[in-house]
Ligand binder design. Structure first.
Ligand code: NCD
Ligand code: ZN
Length: 368
C-alpha cells in the first residue's frame, strides 16, 4: 500500500467552462466534475463565453447556470471591453476578478486601446485582481500601467523566460503584480508540436525548451499554477480551423506530484502554488473540511480518453506519472472517490456571494 497524503483542495484560478454558448465543449456540470476528479475544489471561470460575460445581464445568466450546474465551488470573471469601464461596484464585488485580453486568443474579447486599458485599471476595485492575458512586449506595458494606476495585476499563463524576468524585476521594485504558469508550459514545448499537431496548439503557444527550463528555474517568482483548462472537441481540434486551447483540470495535480517525486518541487511549494497563493491573490474564503487525498506511489500512464471533461482528450496522453487523486472532499462531503464523481450539479457554491461556509447543508448568506 503506497502512502496516501492529504492536501488542501486545489484552487484553479483559470478555467473555461464554456457556458453559455459552448455547451458541446464543456458545461458547469462536466467541467466541475473534471475539477473534483483532479482534486480541484474551487475554480475561477473565464468570461470568453458566448455571449461574453461583460455586463450585468450576461453575468446574471452565467451565474444562474453556474448555480444550477456547478459541482465544486466557483466564482466568475468579468471580461473587459473597450466600452464597459467602469463596471458597477456591485458587479466588481461579485466577480472573481476582471479579465483583460490584451493579446489575441479564442473568442472576440480583446482590449487594444490604451485609454480603455487605463480606465479599467484605474476603476477596478474588486476583491479580485485585474487578470491579464499579455504576451511579449505587452508584459512590460502592463507592468507600466500597474505602476501608473496602482491596479493589482495578475498575469495569466506566463510562458517565456523574458516575460518572467520582467515580472521578477517588477516584484523587486515592489509593484503589486503576481503571475501564474500552466502545466502545459511546464511540461510541453514547441518540440512536442510536430507530435501533437493542433492538439498542442494553445495561447500562449508552447515555447522553447529554454523557456520551459526558465519556468522551473524561477519557481520562486511564480505565484500559482493554473490549468487554463480550455476544452475544444476532438473534431474541432482536428478540423480546418482548430481553436487554441487544451484541457487540464484532471492532470494538473498528478503532474505536480510527479515533479515532487522527481525532486523538482517540494510538497510545501505545491500547496502554495495551488492553494495558499491563489486564495490570497484572489481574496477567496476558506473552504472548511475540504481536502484531497493523493496516492503518492501510484504509477500510471496518462490515457487518451476516459476523462470527466466533456471533450475527453488530453495533451499529456502517454506521459508516465507518479501520484494520483484517490478521494476529494468538499465542505464535509466526499465528492469524488476512486474514479467516480459523487457531487451533484448545483452543489457547488459561488464564493463571492456566500460569505461563510458552516456545515455542508446550510444556506449561505449573500451580500449583494
Ligand atoms: C482559451 C480558450 O479556448 O478559451 N484558449 C487558449 O488557448 N488558452 C482562451 C485563453 O485563455 O486565452
Ligand atoms: Zn484561458
Amino acid at each position: 500500500m503506497s502512502p496516501v497524503v492529504r492536501l488542501p483542495g486545489l484552487v484553479d484560478v483559470h478555467v473555461h467552462l464554456r457556458e453559455p454558448g459552448g455547451e458541446h465543449k464543456e458545461t458547469f456540470a462536466t467541467g466541475t466534475a473534471a475539477a473534483l476528479a483532479g482534486g480541484v475544489t474551487l475554480v475561477l471561470a473565464m468570461p470568453n463565453t458566448s455571449p461574453p460575460i461583460v455586463d450585468e445581464r450576461a453575468f446574471m445568466e452565467a451565474t444562474r447556470r453556474a448555480q444550477a450546474g456547478a459541482r465544486c465551488d466557483y466564482a466568475l470573471f468579468l471580461g473587459a471591453t473597450h466600452t464597459n469601464a467602469p463596471l458597477s461596484p456591485s458587479l466588481q464585488r461579485r466577480a472573481a476578478g476582471l479579465k483583460i485580453y490584451v493579446n489575441e486568443t479564442f473568442g472576440p474579447l480583446r482590449v487594444t486601446s490604451l485609454p480603455a486599458l487605463i480606465a479599467h485599471m484605474r476603476q477596478w476595485r474588486g476583491p479580485g485582481p485585474v487578470a491579464v492575458h499579455a504576451e511579449g512586449l505587452m508584459v512590460p506595458a502592463i507592468v507600466a500601467l500597474a505602476a501608473m494606476t496602482g491596479a493589482r495585476v495578475h498575469f495569466c499563463h506566463i510562458s517565456r523566460a523574458a516575460e518572467l524576468a520582467v515580472i521578477r524585476a517588477a516584484k523587486e521594485q515592489g509593484l503589486p503584480v503576481t503571475c501564474e504558469v500552466t502545466p502545459h508550459h511546464l511540461w510541453l514545448t514547441e518540440q512536442d508540436v510536430p507530435r501533437l499537431g493542433s492538439f498542442g496548439q494553445m495561447r500562449p503557444p508552447l515555447a522553447t525548451p529554454a523557456d520551459r527550463d526558465a519556468l522551473w528555474a524561477n519557481l520562486d517568482v511564480i505565484d500559482c499554477v493554473a490549468t487554463d483548462h480550455a476544452p475544444h472537441t476532438r473534431e474541432e481540434k482536428a478540423g480546418p480551423a482548430p481553436p487554441p486551447g487544451v484541457p487540464g483540470l484532471e492532470t494538473m495535480l498528478p503532474l505536480l506530484l510527479t515533479a515532487v517525486h522527481e525532486g523538482r518541487l517540494t510538497m510545501e511549494r505545491l500547496v502554495a502554488l495551488t492553494h495558499t497563493c491563489p486564495m490570497a491573490i484572489f481574496n477567496l474564503p476558506p473552504q472548511p473540511d475540504t481536502w484531497v487525498d493523493v496516492d503518492l506511489g501510484a504509477e500510471w500512464v496518462v490515457p487518451e480518453q476516459g476523462w470527466h471533461t466533456r471533450v475527453d482528450w488530453s495533451p499529456f496522453a502517454g506521459l508516465h506519472l507518479r501520484g494520483r487523486v484517490v478521494r476529494t472532499q468538499l465542505r464535509g462531503d466526499v465528492v469524488y472517490e476512486s474514479g467516480r464523481v459523487i457531487a451533484s450539479p448545483g452543489s457547488g457554491r459561488d464564493v463571492r456571494t456566500t460569505t461563510h461556509f458552516t456545515g455542508s447543508r446550510q444556506k449561505g448568506v449573500t451580500d449583494v
